[in-house]
Design a protein around this ligand. Structure first.
Ligand SMILES: Cc1cc2nc3c(=O)[nH]c(=O)nc-3n(C[C@H](O)[C@H](O)[C@H](O)COP(=O)(O)OP(=O)(O)OC[C@H]3O[C@@H](n4cnc5c(N)ncnc54)[C@H](O)[C@@H]3O)c2cc1C
Length: 452
């Protein structure tokens, strides 16, 4: 922590307490940042005594969906956000880097190792006290960060509603199955990534020809899903649709989306397959695989049956079934300021998917902001405002200034960054490079302005 930028200038005698509710991705980051800024932190986490419909352990920062923190490339939005979070010393990102699985197209982590490492770091921090308790009322402390996530427990949701007065919104969110393969059939499961078939990314692919894909789609459609029949269509967001719902709507969307064969070629036929099911490594031992993009709410028995019909997956054992949950969020632009504080609500800060962030990186980013600014609030200092030219700043602008009526979770993308001046006549890639340079310069200036 020697070169940690001083995001809060605290006099040696001041004692400041920040309360964080929720020890998930955002809350863990918020607690860590507040503690590194010099606050005493009380972190409340209700698991393992009270659990959610998605978590399976009592570990902090357990990731419940894919074990992916997105692509590495910094000319992609998630890559740029990762780079910014590293510069801001994000605990979540630093831990993900430490727990990364061997080289792949994206930052894949061993989820168990990551949650255990992060839990240890927080437990051992001298300024952080972890209390395993469900919060049912908002504490009266001066600075409170609520980061209770998409599965916020009901009593807390009610208490929060009384404080902020905004009706909640919901959407269905699914996770993909994780399987163990006792025998890997090298002939059936082709090595390589659809994005970059020549590179050994540790991935395997189950290739489907036209007949195989058609049969798989029929099986998906006919299987029993846990999504209710009478679901409100507004609660099925495009980015989060389970595969069985996509198959019912238009099977071509599967081919263009999660089952896109990319540049893979079937070595037997020499042809491009009709569709693929990608298996990406899930742990360091190499015995567990996640079926990438195959988020599903199928009944677990049906998952076993439908997936077990795929070539090369006949002997699969499902160790973590895909599941679908109804996630909650508040329409953040109606209430949130750029510091992460709820307007007109004293020292109440919100972070993570509760405010409609879309993925782990964004949850960590908003946790960072809330942790730093909750400490600054308690120390009566002006908030740290991230420059809008950065990816993080653009994310915060979206969370605070979007049209409230159409607001919903949406992953970061380059369209959120302001266009760079002087980009007329440039190619898309050149314009992007200009945006990246501008965002890097803005973040460097911001960090330097805090004093190291
Ligand atoms: C089914 C599903 C699949 C997902 N798949 C992906 C994916 O593939 N990739 C991705 O990037 N993101 C995915 N997400 C989104 C992911 O959950 C978020 O990106 C991220 O975990 C949100 O972080 P968070 O800290 O806001 O919430 P969480 O990580 O859920 O943390 C919230 C914490 O608050 C605790 N809590 C709740 N209520 C209380 C209370 N009253 N008192 C004390 N503690 C409480 C919970 O136990 C939990 O530990 C998925 C989410 C779900 C639900």
């Amino acid at each position: 922590m020697d070169n940690y930028p001083h995001f809060v200038k605290m006099d040696n005698h001041s004692q400041t307490t920040v309360v964080v509710i929720g020890g998930g991705i955002a809350g863990s980051e918020a607690a860590w940042q507040a503690a590194c800024c010099g606050a005493d932190v009380i972190l409340y986490e209700m698991r393992p005594a009270v659990t959610t419909g998605a978590h399976t352990t009592g570990l902090l920062a357990e990731i419940v969906g894919d074990n992916s923190f997105g692509v590495w490339l910094s000319n992609k939005a998630q890559g740029l956000l990762k780079r910014e979070l590293r510069q801001l010393h994000s605990l979540v990102l630093e831990t993900a880097d430490k727990c990364a699985l061997p080289e792949s197209y994206e930052l894949l982590v061993d989820r168990q190792q990551m949650a255990a490492t992060l839990t240890n770091a927080l437990t051992e921090h001298p300024r952080i006290e972890i209390r395993r308790q469900q919060i049912t009322e908002l504490p009266s402390s001066e600075a409170v960060v609520v980061a209770s996530g998409p599965l916020t427990s009901q009593p807390l949701a009610r208490a929060l509603y009384r404080a902020i007065g905004q009706p909640y919104r919901f959407f269905y969110q699914s996770s993909a199955p994780v399987v163990r393969l006792h025998n890997i059939d090298d002939r059936a499961l082709v090595v390589g990534s659809p994005y970059d078939p020549q590179r050994d990314s540790g991935e395997r692919n189950c290739l489907l020809d036209e007949a195989g894909f058609a049969a798989f789609c029929v099986a998906l459609v006919e299987a029993e899903t846990t999504i209710p029949d009478e679901v409100n269509p507004e609660e099925l967001l495009e980015h989060y649709l389970p595969v069985e719902i996509i198959a019912r709507r238009d099977q071509r969307l599967l081919q263009r989306g999660p089952m896109n064969p990319g540049r893979l070629i079937d070595p037997d036929s020499g042809q491009r397959p009709t569709a693929v099911v990608r298996l990406v490594p899930e742990n360091a031992q190499g015995d567990l695989w996640r079926l990438a993009g195959m988020g599903t709410g199928l009944h677990p028995d049906d998952q076993q049956r439908v997936l077990g019909q795929l070539p090369g997956l006949e002997g699969l054992e499902i160790v973590r079934a895909g599941r679908v949950v109804r996630s909650v969020y508040v329409p953040a632009p109606a209430i949130l300021s750029r510091s992460g504080r709820v307007r007109d609500c004293g020292g109440l800060f919100l972070a993570g998917q509760l405010i409609g962030t879309a993925n782990y990186l964004e949850a960590a980013a908003t946790g960072w902001l809330a942790g730093v600014n909750a400490t600054r609030w308690a120390c009566r200092q002006e908030p740290a405002l991230i420059p809008p030219d950065t990816m993080l700043g653009s994310l915060i602008r979206r969370l605070t200034q979007s049209e409230v009526s159409s607001y919903c979770p949406e992953p970061v993308n380059f369209g959120m960054l302001p266009t760079a001046r002087g980009d007329a006549g440039l190619s898309k890639e050149e314009r992007r490079q200009l945006q990246i340079q501008k965002s890097e310069a803005a973040l460097a200036e911001f960090i330097a302005g805090q004093g190291s």
